[in-house]
Design a protein around this ligand. Structure first.
Ligand code: PRX
Length: 661
């Protein structure tokens, strides 16, 4: 049974235990419904109340929502605040100031910690260093850093001076980095000499050099380098400076710059349905409100909790639930530099025991790979560790199949921890549809119900509501504070991508298919309905991979990329390629496929490497020249072709493409 089929027949229900409900921020379904009603009755009043209660404003807002230029919605538009002050300064003079903010475990297992007070000093010093480098409010700064306390310090320091950060995941290639520096018009790149992953020292600064060497980075003035390891790296005189150099003599106090609520806190690039990644722009006020609120609602965070979100700061999850959310609520959090399988696949469980983690948030792909490891090697099974500190488990990034859900529930959560299967996106800024640990009865594989104030629905192509039980497109009918504001530098694309005119131009189209069950109205996400793939929880555009392939102009004539279901990674990338030379076979085909895989890794990053590459003399096209992707998807899955192929210009091609190298 496929993952989606097994989700559709799921009928197990796990009501919240008394322990989970007791003292919960939202305790019981009646409390959840009361919040939903409050939002329904007075939408703006609801969001105004929450923003006043949860954020410190340097200038209070008087307007809550401005819809006059929809879909360019504005929230709290005449208010001012600073994100870093709301994560750090806010706790000074309270019992939180001496609390551990971050427990950092390095790849090699060594641990260091920092209190809120010390973290504020580090952020302030770094913010002063940025100012001394001429970086000002409104400037864009690229952060290309490993998972370290310093990565968070860099983001918070940007926020403190009103600079807009754009974090690029350390696994992205020089080319991807080059494109993002140019698109953002960045004045500075903050990076490290190397990063440590799985016992290996991997270069970062060398990739930055390569990216800048590709040209076009005209706005870039400085590169700031954190020396993560003792190894030397190339430094360009006048342009590159180590952290040590720029921090020297900087005071540990820095007045946070008050910015407008709509000021762009960050830009984060993500894949869409064209070849060019989109710079998703987020606000300061609405975004931060959501980071704080969802920490309270979804994770029911309490003063004694030890929170661990395993996401890298290069992804949105690492923004909202590492760099901002946990700090905004004064929580203690764990940050991990390494990978879940080093030195062995018991690393996560060992770390939960060691740091007494209470709330653990990870991705289904990690869970599935750890299930596989535990099944083949008893020694890395979670039962070998004491996981009794755990209180709540979370899942994010892709649908979690009920089998993985049950395993997580039993073997990690000891059948006592609610699992919050949080559906959201880079564009939404934070959780949208998710169970609440002290309220929602859980159904494996379902993200259950929208958070209060989130008006989610399932509609057909014209925007008409569909009844429960019928699958359709997931939309959000009203704006919410942490929504994407625009695509950096491309407002037209923003409108076109997310607010289709056929639906009136004001409804947010998520790009996912979903269905609500008949009994409870619970949402189940069935996967992307556009040309976006989800591989190991990483979002990749098929067009992006196609452009990478055809950019090898000496070899590739044409390429089409589709996804196919994969037990471990959710989806796997399958590329169909036509070469500028006769179709290769056997060893030659395997060699070219391997070269092309490496090429894609170089163009985008290793996460975009196609798992499967097939060669054909041509691609299946209609007589009007359109590639029939539907057929390619069937071939990729190894299914017999049952579709109508009468419009296909060259039916013989199908057999060729079905052949594995
Ligand atoms: O397809 C959905 C899937 O991940 C997409 C968003 O990817 P990204 O912007 O990279 O953000 C990932 C982290 C929030 C969505 O369009 N997705 C995310 N969470 C879930 C999910 N699919 C099913 N269930 C989820 N809980």
């Amino acid at each position: 049974m496929s993952a989606i089929e097994s989700v559709l027949v799921e009928n197990r229900v796990f009501p919240p235990s008394d322990a989970a409900t007791r003292g919960a921020r939202i305790s019981g379904m009646a409390a959840y419904e009361a919040l939903c009603k409050e939002a329904e009755k007075d939408f703006e009043g609801f969001w105004a109340r929450l923003a006043r209660e949860n954020l410190d404003w340097t200038k209070p807002f008087t307007k809550t929502l401005n819809e006059s230029s929809a879909p360019f919605y504005k929230w709290y538009e005449d208010g001012e605040l600073n994100a870093s002050a709301n994560c750090l300064d806010k706790h000074i003079g309270t019992p939180v100031e001496n609390k551990t903010a971050i427990v950092f475990e390095a790849d090699d297992g060594s641990v260091s910690t920092v209190t809120y007070k010390d973290l504020l000093s580090r952020v302030a010093r770094f913010a002063n260093a940025l100012k001394a480098q001429g970086i000002r409010k409104g400037d864009r700064v690229i952060v290309y850093m490993p998972m370290t306390i310093d990565g968070v310090v860099a983001m918070q320091a940007c926020a403190r001076i009103g600079a807009t950060h754009s974090v690029v995941f350390g696994g992205f290639s020089a080319k991807a980095l080059n494109e993002r520096i140019i698109d953002a018009g960045a004045v500075s790149v903050i990076t490290a000499n190397f990063q440590m992953r799985g016992g290996k020292e991997l270069p970062l600064k060398a990739i930055v050099d390569e990216a800048i060497g590709m040209g076009g980075c005209d706005t870039l003035r400085t590169v700031l380098v954190y020396m993560r390891t003792p190894s030397a790296c190339n430094m360009v005189a006048g342009r590159d400076k180590t952290f040590e150099e720029v921090l020297k003599g900087q005071p540990d106090q820095c007045e946070p710059v008050s910015v407008n609520a709509e000021h762009p806190l960050f830009i984060l690039y993500t894949s869409g349905s064209t070849g060019k990644p989109k710079g998703v722009q987020h606000s300061t006020g609405g975004y931060l409100l959501w980071a704080s609120l969802t920490m309270q609602w979804t994770f029911d965070i309490r003063p004694e909790d030890v929170f661990w979100c395993t996401a890298d700061i290069g992804w949105v999850t690492g923004h909202t639930y590492v760099a901002y959310g946990p700090l905004a609520v004064g929580a203690t959090q764990v940050i991990f530099e390494g990978i879940p399988t080093y030195p062995n696949a018991g690393r996560f469980w060992q770390m939960i025991e060691k740091h007494k983690v209470t709330v653990f948030y990870t991705a289904p792909t990690a869970i599935r790979s750890l299930i596989k490891a535990a099944e083949t090697d008893e020694k890395v099974h979670p039962k070998n560790w004491n996981l009794s500190s755990l209180r709540i488990l979370g899942s994010v990034g892709e649908p979690i199949n009920p089998e993985a859900w049950m395993w997580y529930h039993r073997n990690v959560g000891g059948e006592r921890c609610p699992i919050v299967d949080t559906f959201w996106q880079t564009e939404t800024g934070g959780h949208m549809i998710t169970p609440l640990p002290g309220a929602t009865p859980l159904v494996p594989g379902s993200c259950t119900l929208p958070l209060p104030g989130i008006i989610a629905a399932i509609v057909d192509e014209s925007g008409k509501d569909l009844p429960n039980g019928s699958g359709g497109m997931l939309v959000v009918k009203r704006p919410w504070p942490s929504m994407i504001r625009t695509i950096w530098g491309d407002p037209e694309r923003f409108k076109k991508s997310y607010f289709p005119p056929e639906m009136g131009g004001r409804i947010y189209l998520a790009g996912d298919g979903a269905v609500r069950d008949e009994q409870r109205g619970y949402f189940r996400i069935t996967g992307r309905i556009d040309d976006v793939l989800n591989v190991s929880g990483h979002r990749l555009g098929t067009m992006e991979i196609e452009s990478a392939l055809v950019s090898k102009t000496d070899l590739v004539a044409e390429a089409a990329v589709v996804g196919r279901p994969d037990e471990l990674t959710g989806e796997a990338i399958c590329a169909f390629v036509v070469l500028k030379r006769p179709r290769p076979k056997g060893e030659e085909a395997r060699q070219i496929a391997s070269d092309l895989r490496n090429w894609v890794a170089k163009e985008i990053g290793p996460i975009a490497k196609p798992k499967d590459i097939r060669f054909g003399d041509n691609l299946p096209k209609t007589r009007s020249g359109k590639i029939m992707r539907r057929l390619l998807r069937s071939i990729a899955k190894g299914e017999a072709i049952t579709q109508d192929t009468s419009t296909l210009e060259n039916p013989a091609i199908l057999e060729q493409l079905a052949e594995k190298n």
